[in-house]
Every structure is written in structure tokens, then in C-alpha cells.
Design a protein around this ligand. Structure first.
Ligand SMILES: Nc1nc2c(ncn2[C@@H]2O[C@H](COP(=O)(O)OP(=O)(O)OP(=O)(O)O)[C@@H](O)[C@H]2O)c(=O)[nH]1
Ligand SMILES: [Mg+2]
Length: 458
């Protein structure tokens, strides 16, 4: 039996980049920068580039006739294997362009899928990518067949080919069905896992790809996750304990990054990977403040957050990479637009203390300030308090110990049940106001959980 159709990898092919920019779109410093990064991340060698400004796309070939001819000449001169469009192409446009250029043509979505396919490591990410690839290929199966039929049987011929197309479609649909089922199982497993955490607050890092989410996760929790100057370096979700000074323990999770015009099928397939984000109490939206495209990237992330249904969640905007910003004026421009944003550098550690305070403040209502008496023999409660909360002071008494502590509200149940006396139950006081401009420089600090050196969370 044949495998359902997969997209071919474009790694190590020579590519030409092309993009249609609408005339009314704001000027970009380098309109091909992102597609160039995507193309090289996918492993292609970029040999030429072409941009056309136009008020509307050509229905049949996206670009105008003159530009298609220009592209054709480039293909011949460079012997490129492939033309990559930074726009999305309809199946018909792809077919027409392939015919006109006599070379393989792929669009932005196909390229992103290729990168995801090459990078997916975990079972879950692999399932998600395969599903997205199949959904992308399904309406294009016809094209592959039409292509074949012409070579083998002449235009309009009917016969075994049509049957093959039917078989391909059936196989693809069956596999899509199976993958969705499998992913639903993964999703409910994850939902149960997240729900079983005794209500400890989860803070989820979200943001444009390459903004520095994983680097920040490492700086805050000593997580040791991979961070790299590569688009979509992270394709799964990692959750670690984060000991928030003055507030107690929360969970911090790092996940797949977003990009503008992220294919909808891809977002849908990654639903289970994004489960932590969907259940998080607080989102930290990490933006690369040193990127000339920072405004577009912030907007693109808000759009994806809407798509996955979490736009209503409490979100702190974090402006990362401030060490790489050339002039203070650039940062001020971003702060003018987003005055509540918190500038940090995950690499130098600047601003991280202010960030931690802001997170604690945002989560403040989930924490309780208590003074409790615990029996000396109640090792279980003492261990619970030490692992879940922060003990601010302890005084030994004849019968046991009096603790002043701050714990997540969800961890209060056991205290109420077992403590000898509870004297204060107040919402935890707010942290210090984050200082945005000219704030003090915080030293880099790494918070590790001494009880568990890996800090890994199931
Ligand atoms: N100059 C500077 N570079 C940073 C900073 N934070 C991260 N980077 C760099 O940015 C690149 C991307 O970092 P990652 O942490 O992998 O970014 P990410 O948001 O996790 O990216 P994906 O997982 O691909 O979505 C790496 O080369 C980091 O070293 C920072 O504060 N300053
Ligand atoms: Mg990452």
C-alpha cells in the first residue's frame, strides 16, 4: 500500500525567494528578511530574490506576467531547484507557476511545515506536524495527479490514475482521522496532568519565534532547554518549577513560538502542545525589542492568542533583548506604545528581578499570607508547606513551630485541615511596582529548586 502523500523536504536545494507586497502596506526595511531566515532554517541555499509591489494579486500566478518572466530568467541563470513564495498560494496558482517556471514552487505555509517536520522531536509534535501536512496536501493531491496524468496519459485521460487519486484521498482522510483521534487522547492526558497539579499557578511564555522565550526560561529556572538562533527551535512544551521570590512556587512553561500568518491547520494541530498556555493563570508575552519588526510581531502574537482562545487571559508584555537595542530611542518608541511593558535582557539578566516582581504581583491574589502553628510531629504538613510555599519566618514553640508563610491559595486546603492554629489569612501584599524607565539594574539570578535539581515537572 502506498503511504499517504507527504510533502517533500526542501533541505539542500537551491532556492529563489519571491514575495508580493501590497502597494498600500507599510514599508519594511527588508521585506524578504523573514522568508530568508525561514528558507535557510529549512536548509535551502538562497541564490536570488525578487519582490513585486502591486495593489492586488494576480489570480492565476500571484505576480504579474512581467515578474513571472523575470523569475523564469532567474531560475535559468541560477539553475535553482525551487522558488519559495513568502505569500500563500492557492493550489491553482502553484500549478500555474510551476508550469510557467518549470521548477518546483512552494509557498510560505509549505516552507513552515517543512521546518516543523524537520524539527519535531517528541511523539506529540510529530503527530501534530503530520496532521498539518496532510491537511495542507489534501486539496493539492489533485495537482500532483494532474501533473502525472499529463506526462503519462495525456490531458484529460481517464483511467487508473483517477482511481489512484481516489485511493490517495481515502488514505489521507483515514490517516487524518487517526491522527486527530490520537491527538485528542494526548490532549486529554495533558489536561488531566495539568489539572492534577493541585492548582499551583502556571505562567506560560508565549511569543514570536526567536524572541528569546527558551533563553528566558533558562535564566529564570535553570531549565536547560534548548535555545538557539534559529526559527522554531522549540516545538514542544516544557514546564519547570519557578521559585518566585517572596511569593512561593509557580510553574513556568515554555512552548512553540508563533509567526505571522501561521497556518491555521498548524495552530489547530498544536492544540495539545498549547494546553499549558490555555490553562495558564498568566501569560508572559515575550517580544524581541531589538527586531525592526517588533510591532508587527507583537500584533501577530496577539492574533494567534485570539485564535487559540486565550486573548482574555492576564498577559504581561516583556520586551526582551534590550542589550541588543542600538539606541534608547528605539526602546522608548516601543514603550510609548506599550507603556506597561517590562524591558529585560534574558542574556544579561537585566530587568529579571522586576519581571519576577511583576509576575508575583499579577498572581498576588492567588497567594495567601498565613501565620500558622504546626505540630512538630506533622512532617507531612511541614513538607507540604516547604515545597508549595515560601516560609518567611519560623519560631519554635513547645508544641511545634509557628510559621509565617506565603502559599498558593490552592495549597491552603491541607493547612486548614491539619494546622493547630491559623492566625492570619490575608491576600499576599502586592510586590513592588515594576519600574519601566531608568529602573535599577537587576543582577542576573538563577532560581533553582534545591529539592529537585532538574526542576522537571510531569
Ligand atoms: N542579545 C540577546 N539575545 C538574546 C536574548 N535572549 C535570547 N537571545 C537570543 O535569541 C535567539 C533565540 O533565543 P531562543 O530563546 O531560542 O528564542 P525562542 O523564543 O525560544 O525561539 P523559538 O523556540 O524558536 O520560538 C538565541 O540566539 C538567543 O541567544 C537577549 O536578551 N539578548
Ligand atoms: Mg524556544
Amino acid at each position: 500500500m502506498r503511504e499517504p502523500n507527504r510533502l517533500e523536504s526542501v533541505a539542500s536545494e537551491k532556492s529563489i525567494l519571491a514575495r508580493l507586497v501590497f502597494s498600500d502596506a507599510p514599508d519594511e526595511e527588508d521585506p524578504l528578511e523573514e522568508i530568508y531566515r525561514l528558507a535557510t532554517t529549512a536548509g535551502t541555499e538562497v541564490v536570488e530574490e525578487l519582490v513585486q509591489k502591486r495593489s492586488h494579486p494576480d489570480k492565476t500566478t500571484l505576480l504579474g506576467k512581467g515578474k513571472v518572466a523575470e523569475l523564469k530568467e532567474m531560475v535559468e541563470q541560477t539553475s535553482a531547484d525551487l522558488v519559495i513564495f513568502d505569500n500563500d498560494l492557492t493550489p491553482a496558482q502553484t500549478r500555474n507557476l510551476e508550469q510557467a517556471l518549470d521548477v518546483k514552487v512552494i509557498d510560505r505555509t509549505a516552507l513552515i511545515l517543512d521546518i516543523f517536520a524537520a524539527g519535531a522531536r517528541t511523539h506529540e509534535a510529530r503527530l501534530a506536524v503530520e496532521l498539518a501536512q496532510l491537511e495542507y496536501s489534501l486539496p493539492r493531491l489533485k495537482r500532483m495527479w494532474t501533473h502525472l496524468s499529463r506526462q503519462k496519459m495525456g490531458v484529460g485521460a481517464r483511467g487508473p490514475g483517477e482511481k489512484q487519486l481516489e485511493t490517495d484521498r481515502r488514505l489521507a482522510l483515514k490517516r487524518i482521522h487517526d491522527l486527530k483521534l490520537e491527538l485528542t487522547k494526548v490532549e486529554s492526558r495533558r489536561e488531566r496532568q495539568v489539572a492534577s497539579r493541585d492548582g499551583i499557578a502556571t505562567v506560560s511564555l508565549v511569543g514570536y519565534t526567536n524572541a528569546g522565550k527558551s533563553t528566558l526560561m533558562n535564566a529564570l529556572t535553570d531549565a536547560g532547554v534548548e535555545a538557539a538562533d534559529r526559527l522554531f527551535a522549540t516545538l514542544d512544551t516544557r514546564t519547570r518549577r519557578w521559585e518566585l521570590k517572596g511569593y512561593g512556587m509557580v510553574l513556568l512553561s515554555d512552548t512553540v513560538g508563533f509567526i505571522r500568518d501561521l497556518p491555521h491547520s498548524l495552530v489547530a494541530s498544536f492544540k495539545s502542545t498549547l494546553e499549558e498556555t490555555r490553562q495558564a493563570e498568566l501569560l508572559l508575552h515575550i517580544a524581541d525589542a531589538s527586531s525592526p519588526a517588533v510591532f508587527d510581531q507583537i500584533a501577530a502574537v496577539y492574533k494567534v492568542l485570539r485564535e487559540i482562545g486565550v486573548e482574555e487571559k492576564d498577559t504581561l508584555l516583556v520586551l526582551n533583548k534590550i542589550d541588543a537595542i542600538k539606541s534608547p530611542a528605539v526602546l522608548n518608541q516601543v514603550l510609548d506604545r506599550y507603556p506597561h511593558a517590562i524591558p529585560v535582557s534574558a542574556i544579561s539578566g537585566k530587568g529579571l528581578e522586576i519581571l519576577a516582581e511583576a509576575v508575583g504581583r499579577a498572581l498576588g491574589e492567588n497567594f495567601l499570607d498565613l501565620e500558622v502553628d504546626v505540630a512538630a510531629a506533622d512532617g507531612k504538613l511541614l513538607a507540604h508547606l516547604a515545597s508549595q510555599g515560601e516560609i518567611l519566618s519560623r519560631t519554635y514553640t513547645d508544641s511545634g513551630v509557628t510559621l509565617h508563610l506565603r502559599i498558593p491559595a490552592a495549597a491552603y486546603g491541607m493547612v486548614r485541615e491539619r494546622a493547630l492554629a491559623i492566625r492570619k489569612v490575608l491576600p499576599s501584599p502586592l510586590g513592588v511596582e515594576p519600574q519601566i524607565e531608568n529602573g535599577p539594574v537587576a543582577e542576573p539570578h538563577v532560581l533553582a529548586d534545591p529539592a529537585d535539581p532538574t526542576g522537571e515537572v510531569a
